[in-house]
Design a protein around this ligand. Sequence first.
Ligand code: AMP
Ligand code: MG
Length: 402
Amino acid sequence: MMLTVTEAYNAVLETVRDTGTEMVPFEKATGRILREPVLADRPFPPFDRVMMDGIAISYDSYARGQRVFVVEDIQAAGAPQLQLSNTANCLEVMTGAVLPDLTDTIVQYEHLEGTEHEGFKRFIIKHPVKKGQHIHKAGSDVRQDAVLMDSGVLLGPAEAGVLATVGKTTVMVSLRPRVVVIATGNELVPVDATPLPHQLRMSNVYSLSASLEQMGITATVVHLEDNPTTMAEQLKPLIAHTDVWISSGAVSAGKFDYLPEVLQQLGMQQVFHKVQQRPGKPFLFGTFHEGPVVFALPGNPVSGFMCFYRYVQPWLLAAMGCVPATPSYAVLSSKVIFEPNLEYYLPVKLHAQPHGKIMAVPQPYQGSGDLASLLLADAFMALPQGESVFKKGDSYPIWKFR
Ligand code: AMP
Ligand code: MG
């Protein structure tokens, strides 16, 4: 029985295995998935922080009508806290400094006039002042020991700053899976070769490798000819040392599509073969008991590409401890008719509209062999099985690849 997309997706996710963890310097952790909670080692900010260059005063003096303040000293950022000795005076303060003791209000230079009187520097306050203004209170952003990030977070630039702030010099992240990308077919030649009229440069494995690179995974690339003996010989040594195989081609009904039988011979347990979807119907998925999970994707370039984003990427994210995000939705910009009883993955260009909705514009698309159509698209729109007319203005899930 051929599985639906949802059944196939659930079956794929059931096989997720943890890739394990490693400690890395935090500067090298961008793009990795965090595997430990990160706590605030101090309150954010850690002290009452001055937010303006100017003076710090005791508001009570201002409230009593005092407008002229003699300067006692300067409180700079990075200097230990000073104390006002007479609350009728002020301290000059710089942004980032600790609020001096016995002061509670900052007045910025823009609202002051500086004067000198008998060798004393003084400031006259020229604008109304509110009690407590321009102070970033200790702990007002985050309290001490609060969980700032939890396991499963993808580390990006914002996270790098927070890791640095809490002094997390090394951080626990997921190990990356060992992935092999496998090209199949006698028609394929290397990229730097000049193909004969009946040959093609292998391309699918490079789009798959590039998708993996964007996730920080560097894959090994292997090419198999359409010969069951040499296929088995090349694949067998890889079983013990790899986590994921992603192959392209040789899983359909062709006379030379030997991959399913070769994988079975090598001991792979097939989870499913064929899914009620277009493109990508011949997709085969299986697992080795002590070896990799195998995503045997169809050879047509759009099929393999779609299967990567619909099945392989969520599996890889889950294996690295990251819950795959639920897809977002977009609005179909024109009517689409699709008769077969399959879930249809339509290449679309996305346009964010001023009113906040994302329009999905179907692109010229000649079918699953149309590799160049992907250049014009940003995502696949998933049009549900069992319907054949998809109206302009209706919303459907999108699986983005750009
Ligand atoms: P197959 O599933 O092996 O019959 O392949 C389906 C189509 O995809 C054929 O036209 C193949 O030439 C093409 N194809 C398979 N693998 C690749 C690849 N790695 N790069 C480019 N095209 C491929
Ligand atoms: Mg083939």
